[in-house]
Design a binder for this molecule. Structure first.
Ligand SMILES: [Zn+2]
Ligand SMILES: [Zn+2]
Length: 103
């Protein structure tokens, strides 16, 4: 899950007894409450959501700085100023490590 504002990987943080998904840039997804309550899926047929791991992002031949896997997903994020170049974010297919690449 990625922040639509800055492209960072969103990590669940503990906030008291519940988990909150919040980006370091301040972005919070609206559905965070639902996510927390749905620990057990009982009477809902939401099995289709299980393949969240299947990432629809395109891939590129970039080496992961963490595990050296030669292929990574990538996406572009336009940073605040419109005259700045887009930032390329990469996510390792293997270990899911995410990093940014300006070129
Ligand atoms: Zn963010
Ligand atoms: Zn990796």
């Amino acid at each position: 899950m990625f922040c639509p504002k800055c492209g960072s990987l969103l990590m669940p943080k503990k906030n008291g007894s519940k988990k909150v998904i919040e980006c370091s840039c301040g972005y919070k997804p609206k559905e965070e409450q639902n996510l927390n309550l749905k620990e057990t899926v009982d009477d809902h047929e939401e099995v289709a959501v299980v393949d969240q791991e299947v990432d629809p992002l395109p891939t590129t031949a970039e080496e992961c700085p963490k595990c050296a896997h030669p292929e990574a997903y990538y996406w572009l994020v336009q940073t605040r100023a419109g005259d700045e170049p887009e930032t390329k974010f990469l996510k390792c297919i293997k270990c899911k490590h995410t990093w940014r690449n300006n070129d």
